[in-house]
Design a protein. Sequence first.
Length: 261
Amino acid sequence: MFNFYRCFVPKAAHILAPIVQFLEGHTNKKKFHSSVRKSSEQLKWNENAEQAFLAAKNAIAEATLLRHLIPGAQLSLWVDASDVAIGGTLSHLSQEKWEPIAFFSMKLNKKFARAQDDSDIQKFLHNDTSSLKLELKPCQTSNCNLLCDTSTGVPRPFVPTSFRKLIFDHLHNLAHPGIAASTKLICARYVWPGMKYQIKQWVRCCESCQRSKIQRHTKTPLRTFSLPDARFTHIHIDIVGPLPPSEGYNYLLTIIDRFSR
């Protein structure tokens, strides 16, 4: 009877959850004869099931009177969920008052409840999601402390507004790299809010870059080095870095012999 009128009862699945849990594993003998409990086994009615049964009776007696849908009326769908059930209410606006049209509720099985676990999302809602770790670090050239970001392993000073363009000009004017290279170069050393957007705009407005910009690029075919006759007659040198500091050093010098590589 309760299931027949459940569309009139708010939170019907939540009310019946203790009874459904109590009956789990006991199948209908008309469908599965092999799963019927033996005659000597009896269900033991417990306190939770009794309270759920009484709550279901009261809910039927106090069932909300549903309204017929008014064509063209404004509709509203309200939803809610708990650890055991989900539910919703469809209402329409009549004479500046929301009136229920239908209720929906369903008990969650274990697999669905695990899939909807949002514990990982809650930490982003209630905790600080900033990836920066700002700490005061002593300055090596003076007795003051600098506010630095330590999230990357290499302290990056937080740059005040008045010094940002100066730092960009100092690093960008070394070789006038493009947007991606300039962003990588500066972000590896400093940090400030909205720095990627500012660097992008400054590179686009660089007069020297605009003058030397190549409109048509030619692709040079790949070439190979000639093999020398002896070791250490030709070597290739490169610098790797910046890396996390190790004994005060941030770069590695790499040398490859062309003959014995």
